[in-house]
Design a protein around this ligand. Structure first.
Ligand SMILES: [Zn+2]
Length: 189
């Protein structure tokens, strides 16, 4: 990003996840300007993938590997986060992903309150309340969905369902940052 030659280092960690195969964690960082980037690559299979998991008290700790090309949705609430141009990959769990939604909605809510759009602010409150209560539900009413056109994301839980995304659906999705351009074959895996 700062065009300094020879200032970028790359760290590669290969995690072996039982029953899910290998997952590669990449971290690039620049010691000149402090730029940093983390991402995850699936070991073997890169077909466009959809993962779904019901959200309830039994699934909130399910592990989630979200790559930088992954769109995250809470289906029933029509909430969606698309990967932006600076998207990082992260490892979290269902609760952590929902908390990211909640902080984003709180930001919108603060803005709505500043602008005195009280109707929007109370809509935000409804979304937050539904997300919070879903995490203690015995029976799930909401579904968390990961859509990854590069197939690098995963949900690690026995109730998670994996399916292949149709090509025309995969093409409509954002693929996240174009810098750095990396895939497993560049690294010799
Ligand atoms: Zn730099």
């Amino acid at each position: 990003m700062c065009f300094t030659d020879g200032s970028v280092t790359m760290m590669v960690n290969v995690h072996e996840i039982p029953y899910f195969g290998e997952h590669t964690e990449l971290t690039l960082s620049c010691r000149e300007c402090g730029w940093r980037k983390t991402d995850f690559l699936a070991g073997e299979d890169n077909t466009p993938t959809k993962w779904e998991i019901p959200i309830d008290i039994d699934t909130i700790s399910a592990r989630i590997v979200r790559s930088s090309s992954c769109t995250v949705r809470v289906e029933e609430l029509d909430l969606e986060v698309e990967p932006g141009i600076a998207a990082d990959g992260y490892v979290s769990n269902v609760e952590g992903v929902l908390n990211r939604f909640i902080s984003a909605i709180r930001m919108l809510q603060r803005q709505a309150l500043e602008d005195e759009v009280h109707e929007d602010a109370s809509k935000c409150e409804d979304y937050i309340a539904r997300l919070l209560s879903s995490m203690s539900d015995e029976n799930s009413k909401l579904t968390l969905v990961l859509l990854d056109p590069m197939g690098n994301s995963k949900i690690l839980h026995q109730t998670a369902r994996k399916s292949t995304l149709a090509e025309e659906d995969a093409e409509k999705l954002s693929t996240g940052p174009s810098i750095p351009i990396l895939d497993a074959s560049d690294l010799g895996f």
